[in-house]
Each structure stands twice: as structure tokens, then as C-alpha cells.
Design a protein. Structure first.
Length: 141
């Protein structure tokens, strides 16, 4: 009879055998805000739509009793509302950078796709806007 060559390995419960790749989706958050370079955009609020895909990694599964174990979409929406309330942005690109700067403070976040659209600026278009994807660089300079 052949003897099997299996080794019994003790698993350290403090170390994870898995990495989780997670994605937060925020679709079509619509806010009324003053945004733009031109005088009429500074004076009148317009509808602006935000959509985000936020990729993050974690070594642990989400804990159903611990809000800090997830990237909270409610917190992200509040953060965007706060950013647009406290400062006027001339360009969608500078607003996007402000959103990126805040979100990348969470070290778990690896990549963000952000789409910002003005819904009422050109009557010939349902929207105009930008889409930017920013990814954390793991290269060391």
C-alpha cells in the first residue's frame, strides 16, 4: 500500500488566505450646484450628475457589525456634497481632482472611475462632462 505525502499545515487565523477585490458603485448622484467658469454658471445653480466606480482591496471579509470594515457609499456621497458646498470649482477636472484627493486618503482604495456631467448647460445635449480614471501607483519613485 502506498503512503500519501500530504503534509498537515496549521493555518494562522491572524493571516488571511484570501484577498478581496471589491467595487463600490454610485450611479447618477444628481446635485444642484454652482459650477463653471462663466459668470452665468457662477450665479445660477445647475444640475450636475456624478457616477463613480471605486475599486478597493481588503484582506478581510466585511464585518456585519463594523462600518469601518467597508468603504461606505453614504460617506462618499456626503464627502462630494461637502466638497461642492465649501468651494466653487471652475472646471469639472479640478472638482474631480478634489474628489480623488479625498477618496484616496483611504489606503484600501486602488482605483476610481469618476464621471461628472452637467445636465443643463447645452440644450442640444442631454449632458456634457468628463470621465477620468485614476489609479494608485504602487511604483516607488
Amino acid at each position: 500500500m502506498k503512503k500519501n505525502n500530504f503534509k498537515i499545515v496549521k493555518i494562522d487565523k491572524e493571516k488571511s488566505l484570501f484577498n478581496y477585490e471589491k467595487k463600490i458603485l454610485i450611479n447618477e448622484l444628481i446635485l444642484d450646484l454652482k459650477l463653471g467658469y462663466y459668470d452665468f454658471e457662477r450665479e445660477n445653480a445647475q444640475k450636475v450628475k456624478f457616477s463613480l466606480e471605486i475599486d478597493y482591496q481588503d484582506k478581510k471579509p466585511s464585518n456585519d457589525k463594523d462600518l469601518k470594515s467597508i468603504v461606505n457609499y453614504g460617506t462618499i456621497v456626503k464627502l462630494i456634497r461637502k466638497l461642492v458646498r465649501k468651494k466653487h470649482y471652475n472646471f469639472l477636472e479640478t472638482l474631480a481632482e478634489a474628489v480623488f484627493d479625498e477618496l484616496f486618503k483611504d489606503k484600501r482604495i486602488a482605483k476610481i472611475m469618476l464621471k461628472i456631467e452637467k445636465l443643463e448647460i447645452l440644450k442640444e445635449c442631454s449632458s456634457v462632462g468628463i470621465q477620468i480614471t485614476k489609479k494608485r501607483s504602487h511604483d516607488k519613485f
